[in-house]
Write a protein that binds this ligand. Structure first.
Ligand code: AMP
Length: 416
């Protein structure tokens, strides 16, 4: 099916073709006609399915058909992270480049000056994260009385990140008569309740539920001792075919530690997580996208909404404790028909997480047994004394001899 079959107007078709899209993704095929019919929508879809275009294209079309446009914000898109907000705004810029629709993005962590200047010049579509939106509303920079369409993006993540109260406050300020589009990858009870309140006779659209792991992604698993994860990562990165990799750690501290280790081994790496400034995160993302950085190390929250085309490798340095997160993570590769590889490290302490993930995806991830650190993989750290004595080899520590015979030094406090 071609985009033109969806009765999309010429200026948008031209922009979509310029993006290189030829066929609408399943969620776009389903959602675009429904939004154009001005229906409320409940979309179960995760990032990577093309959901941004699924709402941005029909919204741009609806506004274009109202031209000349009245003054005021007519569309609000609420999304949990700054990165996601920027990407959505960029999508409006791309798909709307021949429509003259004015859009802007607001998010916290940066000065509000440029944002309020843009708002003063006038916008039709506002993309926002909840905190900054409430802040600028309370300062009188934003009025939503002309709102026609409200998009709540990644509703489940709003809940995870503790934004649900802010979201409810914002919803209370929206005009009752409006079209609402609600997107969530999963539907926990609280999110279902919110959807019931927000939506009127919604049409439902569902694509790739989280349990059906994207099949075109090659998944493999390395059992490895917790202390030997750095060595295993360096070992894998010796493979020059891994041009770029997105590495997930569970904590911010863990992300910084991995970056230090990689940098010490002359691998260009940077971390993105909540403690980094917005500029540092954006800079790292840009460097990663243009290939200046080989490895981007991220925590789940920071990675939410990262949109990197043709990302070939995702490495789960730590397994997530929420099994759905595994699906979100590996969904960052293998997008839009590309083949992706997801590699996971599993230490003895992470067996429960692994079990939960495999139960969710209904699949056993194939284990790579042949690797230099396999011998100690089943030793928990810190290992109980009895187990350590039984172990055929002494457990390595960060200062042990590495598999290739070179001395590797991982201690952050030491230098070579
Ligand atoms: P999203 O789920 O909105 O984050 O989109 C995921 C990725 O798919 C983005 O990089 C989009 O640029 C890309 N994309 C969206 N729609 C299409 C399409 N119809 N054909 C090819 N790529 C697409």
């Amino acid at each position: 099916m071609a985009f033109s079959k969806l009765e999309i107007i010429e200026p948008i078709l031209k922009a979509v073709a310029a993006e290189g899209y030829t066929i609408p993704t399943p969620i776009q095929q389903q959602a675009i006609p429904l939004v154009l019919q001005r229906k409320d929508l409940l979309g179960c879809a995760q990032t990577g399915t093309g959901k941004t275009a699924a709402f941005a294209i029909p919204i741009l079309q609806i506004l274009h058909e109202q031209k000349p446009l009245a003054v005021g914000i007519k569309v609000l898109i609420l999304t949990p992270t700054r990165e996601l907000a920027i990407q959505i705004d960029e999508s409006f810029a791309a798909y709307g480049r021949y429509t003259g629709i004015r859009h802007t993005v607001i998010f916290g962590g940066v000065s509000q000056q440029n944002q309020t200047n843009a708002l003063r010049r006038g916008v039709d579509v506002l993309v926002a994260t909840p905190g900054r939106l409430l802040d600028l509303m309370s300062q009188g920079f934003i009025h939503l009385d002309k709102l026609q369409i409200f998009v709540l993006d990644e509703a489940d993540r709003m809940l995870d990140m503790g934004f649900i109260h802010d979201v409810k406050k914002i919803i209370a300020k929206l005009p009752a008569k409006r079209q609402t589009l609600f997107f969530s990858a999963t539907m926990p009870p609280e999110i279902q309740k919110l959807a019931n309140v927000l939506l009127t006779h919604p049409a439902k659209v569902e694509v790739t539920p989280p349990s059906s792991t994207v099949d075109k992604i090659g998944q493999s698993l390395y059992h490895v001792g917790k202390m030997e994860k750095p060595e295993l990562l360096l070992h894998l990165l010796e493979n020059k075919e891994i041009k770029t990799a997105l590495v997930f750690t569970r904590t911010k501290h863990g992300a910084d530690k991995v970056v230090k280790i990689l940098q010490r081994h002359n691998i260009r790496a940077a971390a993105i997580h909540g403690n980094k400034s917005q500029n540092a995160r954006q800079g790292a993302l840009t460097d990663f996208k243009n290939g200046t950085l080989r490895v981007l190390v991220a925590t789940d929250i920071a990675a939410r909404g990262i949109d990197i085309d043709e990302l070939a490798h995702v490495i789960n340095y730590d397994l997530p404790n929420v099994p759905e997160t595994y699906v979100h993570r590996i969904g960052r590769t293998g997008r839009a028909g590309n083949i992706g590889t997801a590699i996971s490290f599993c230490s003895a302490e992470e067996r429960t997480e692994l079990k939960d993930i495999q139960k969710l995806i209904d699949k056993t991830i194939s284990v790579i047994h042949e690797h230099p650190f396999a011998a100690n993989a089943h030793v928990a750290a810190p290992a109980p004394v009895a187990r350590q004595q039984q172990s055929s080899k002494p457990r390595r520590n960060f200062n042990s001899q590495a598999g290739n015979g070179q001395r590797r030094n991982y201690g952050a406090q030491r230098s070579r």
